[in-house]
Ligand binder design. Structure first.
Ligand code: PGA
Length: 235
C-alpha cells in the first residue's frame, strides 16, 4: 500500500486527477471505477481541466460506479447517476452508453445486483477504481459488519451514514435508507485502487492503513490488495 499525505485538498485532487488522467492516456479503453461523495469532486474538476486542455480522450473509456441509492432514478438530482453527469460525464467526450451505475429504481433489485456484478466481471474488473471512505470505514456502501461481502448487493445504510449523507439533501427531502453497492469482492477485483480522503477522515485512514484487517473497518481489506494508493489531505 502506498500512502501519501498532502498539505491541502487541492493537492490531493491534483494527484488523484493525475492518476486518473495517466490511466486514460496509457490505456485509452480503460475501465474506470468511479465514486461519488464530496471528496472526488476536486479530482473530477481537474480531470475536466485536463480534458479541456486537449490532453484526454474518453471516447473509448467505460466507467463503472460503486453504488446508487435504492429508489432514485436518474432524473432525481440526489441520484448518483445525476451526480456523475453533473460533475464529470457532461463535461467530457464519454459516451453515455459507456457509463454504468446500478439502477436504483429497478423493480427487481436482486436481478439488478446480479446484472451489475456480471457486467463488472465481464469487464474483468476496473482497471483503476477510485474510492472515498466513510468515517466508519465504509467503501462503496459496504458498512461495518462481521464479514466481507463478495458481490454487488443491497445494503441497509447505517444511521451515521444516513446522517452524513443528509447534509447533501434539502430540508424535506428523504435520505434513502438503502443502496445497491459493489461488494468488497467486486471492488477488490480492480487492478489498481486509489483511495482519497480529506482531513476529517484522518482517524479512519490510520485504522485502514495500519490497523487490523477486519470487516468492522471494511476499508482495512485494502491491505490485502497488491496495488493500492491512499492519499490523505492533512488539512
Ligand atoms: P464523502 O463520502 O467523500 O462525501 O466524505 C465518502 C464516503 O462516504 O464514501
Amino acid at each position: 500500500m502506498r500512502f501519501i499525505e498532502t498539505d491541502s485538498y487541492g493537492e490531493l485532487s491534483l494527484l488523484a486527477a493525475n492518476m486518473l488522467s495517466a490511466q486514460v492516456i496509457l490505456k485509452p479503453d480503460s475501465i474506470l471505477g468511479l465514486a461519488t461523495g464530496s471528496t472526488p469532486i476536486g479530482a473530477y474538476e481537474q480531470v475536466i481541466e485536463n480534458y479541456n486542455r486537449g490532453l484526454l480522450d474518453f471516447s473509448e473509456v467505460k466507467t463503472v460506479n460503486l453504488d446508487e441509492y435504492v429508489g432514485l432514478d436518474e432524473r432525481n438530482r440526489q441520484s448518483y447517476r445525476y451526480f456523475m453527469s453533473k460533475n464529470l460525464f457532461d463535461h467530457i467526450n464519454i459516451k453515455k452508453e459507456n457509463t454504468y451505475l446500478p439502477n436504483g429504481a429497478a423493480e427487481n433489485l436482486d436481478e439488478e445486483c446480479s446484472r451489475y456484478q456480471k457486467l463488472i466481471e465481464g469487464f474483468g474488473g476496473a482497471d483503476l477504481q477510485l474510492l472515498g471512505i466513510g468515517r466508519n470505514g465504509h467503501i462503496g456502501f459496504n458498512e461495518p459488519t462481521d464479514y466481507f461481502s463478495r458481490e454487488v448487493y443491497v445494503e441497509k445504510l447505517t444511521e451515521s451514514t444516513i446522517e452524513a449523507n443528509s447534509r447533501l439533501f434539502d430540508a424535506g427531502e428523504t435520505v434513502p435508507t438503502h443502496a445497491i453497492t459493489m461488494g468488497i469482492g467486486t471492488i477488490m477485483r480492480a487492478k489498481k485502487i486509489l483511495l482519497i480522503a480529506g482531513a476529517d477522515k484522518k482517524d479512519i485512514i490510520e485504522k485502514t492503513v495500519n490497523g487490523k484487517i477486519t470487516p468492522l473497518v471494511p476499508a482495512s481489506v485494502l491491505q490485502l490488495h497488491s496495488d493500492v494508493t491512499v492519499i490523505l489531505s492533512k488539512n
